[in-house]
Ligand binder design. Structure first.
Ligand code: C2O
Ligand code: CU
Length: 545
């Protein structure tokens, strides 16, 4: 395995979209940011230099960082932020991940513009478990705000209400030609007839799950979240914020221009196939006249929960001799966590403007996460958690009711407790965790992301989880190995993993508005007995708290 080195200069640079010129926080001046290319098992050293004017941290999303949470990045969970003028050399320890991952800022809402892809290629001398593509193509779904994202974030936090929507979805940083002033910049992917392309896709958007498709072409998913899958061919895909997909595209259609389109999947908030749709173009090389009108893909309706659920539920791991699975079959720790949107009185944590006197909050097991002002990891490592975190998180929800009904609920249940609770796990403990969506204040899909581990998604459904009915139906043969899973609206998802990575690991909803409202918690995986099962010591240049 190799050691590679990158320099990330975080800085404000000028960019223009939608006729608006503005300063954006970027890495190395690029929006989206630079791609890291490595091979399975490599170590990547990134010198992060903060030349911007506010605090930042960087997270390597999907990199497990064995025994080394120090470089993981979530602000106040594993580190204090890098201050303006400061720098931090981060170690990115790849282990068994292979495929597409990404990196992003993990402090306030900076990740809106501070993000990029990580390509993890097979080890030298090995190949993909699918047909070798002729070329690899980045496919980053993101967003553009005309307003400064820091303002968007501050207004959102002080209003107590939903955040402003972005002004455009983007593909590789471009809104596409359905938007004003955007035709010239539209992302164009040039393909040659007969060739195969590997799309390395991430949904880097802040608050929206997305549908995606390419006119007249089917998409063959071969990986997600840094693990390969059985080939899954579909005319559309759905991708959650935080999730990655590896997709094969065969240029097997008559020469033409074909639209790529992505739009919001948002069962509740609503948006049609109009200016919330971002486009890019697949253009065949060679001589031809492009069709007019152009050819658009057909995507599911914005509120088609079944289309979203069915796509995700069709993912399967390879489970082959070369790519075996090790889903835990005996479980030591069984957890049930509810995911809720809640309310808190405006007077808690400041003021807000909502007429009913409450702000939105969000919770796991009806505890809304209170971000400490120093690092949980540092407090744990030094054994001084007093005033930083604790007590232990409840294994099971404190409230028992019909989670997915709106009626008949005690109104007081809408109001969560507040705390920086953690969940301790023993080294190598096998865990089954069922996420249960609730409809306390409103139901919505929650893309849940766990740091430091991958997990097998063994089951999912709409409505309330029912152990006696649902456990026997788990897929323990070829469940997909993932790190971000959209728990369906008013439904449940069951995951299994082995807590084999000692450290402090954040788990949260990857919808930025939900994690900002408190839908997060921390797992502390205890050291094992042997020295190679302990958290490694911190680097000397940890940003000071
Ligand atoms: Cu994409 Cu906590 O991260
Ligand atoms: Cu959520």
């Amino acid at each position: 395995a190799a050691t590679l080195r990158y320099t990330f200069v975080v800085q404000e640079t000028n960019h223009t979209r939608l006729c608006t010129n503005k300063q954006l926080l970027t890495v190395n001046g690029q929006f989206p940011g630079p791609t890291i290319t490595a091979r399975r098992g490599d170590t990547v050293i990134v010198d992060v230099i903060n030349r911007g004017d506010h605090n930042i941290t960087i997270h390597w999303h999907g990199v497990k960082q064995p025994r080394y949470p120090w470089s993981d990045g979530p602000e106040f969970v594993t580190q204090c932020p890098i201050k303006p003028g400061g720098n931090f050399t981060q170690m990115v320890f790849l282990s068994d991940e292979e495929g597409t991952l990404w990196w992003h800022a993990h402090s306030d809402w900076s990740r809106a513009t501070v993000h990029g892809l990580i390509y993890v290629l097979p080890r030298l001398g090995t190949t993909y478990p699918f047909r070798q593509p002729d070329a690899e193509v980045p496919m980053i779904i993101g967003e553009w705000w005309n307003d400064d994202i820091q303002n968007v974030f501050e207004e959102f936090m002080s209003s107590g209400a939903d955040p402003a929507n972005s002004d455009a979805l983007t593909i590789n940083g471009q809104p596409g030609d359905l938007y004003n002033c955007s035709a010239a910049g539209t992302t164009r992917i040039q393909v040659e007839s007969g060739k195969t392309y590997l799309l390395r896709m991430v949904n880097a958007a802040m608050n929206n799950i997305a549908f995606f498709g390419i006119a007249n072409h089917s998409l063959t998913v071969v990986g997600t979240d840094g693990a390969y899958t059985k080939p899954l061919t579909s005319t559309y895909i759905v991708i959650s914020p935080g999730q990655t997909l590896d997709i094969l595209l065969e240029a097997n259609q008559p020469r033409n221009h074909y639209y790529i389109a992505s739009k919001l999947f948002n069962a509740q908030r609503g948006s049609a196939f109009d200016n919330t749709t971002t486009t890019a173009i697949v253009e065949y090389t060679g001589n031809y006249t492009a069709s007019s009108p152009p050819i658009f893909p057909v995507l599911p309706a914005f509120n088609d929960s079944n289309a979203s659920f069915n796509f995700t539920a069709s993912l399967r791991s390879l489970a082959s001799a070369e790519h075996p699975i090790d889903v835990p079959l005996t479980i030591k720790r069984t957890l049930l966590y509810t995911l809720s949107i809640n309310l808190l009185p405006c007077a808690v944590n400041g003021t807000c403007e909502r007429a009913d006197g409450n702000r939105f909050a969000a919770s796991i097991n009806n505890i809304t996460f209170d971000m400490p002002s120093t690092s949980v990891l540092q407090a744990y490592y030094r054994g001084v958690n007093n005033g930083v975190y604790g007590p232990d998180f409840p294994d099971n929800p404190p409230l028992k009711f019909n989670y997915t009904q709106r009626t008949g609920l005690n109104a007081s249940w809408r109001f969560p407790e507040t705390g920086t609770d953690v969940q301790h796990l023993k080294h190598n403990e096998t865990v089954e965790l069922v996420f249960q969506g609730t409809n306390l204040v409103g139901g919505v899909d929650h893309p849940m992301h766990l740091h430091g581990h991958s997990f097998y998604v063994v089951g999912a459904g709409f409505g309330n989880f029912k152990r006696s009915r649902d456990v026997p139906n788990y897929n323990l043969v070829d469940p997909p190995l993932m790190q971000t899973i959209a728990v369906p609206q008013n439904g449940w998802t069951a995951i299994r993993f082995k807590a084999d990575n000692p450290g402090v690991w954040f788990m949260h909803c990857h919808l930025e508005r939900h994690v900002s409202w408190g839908m997060g918690m921390v797992f502390i995986v205890r050291n094992g007995k042997t020295t190679n099962a302990r958290v490694l010591p911190p680097p000397p240049d940890m940003p000071p708290c």
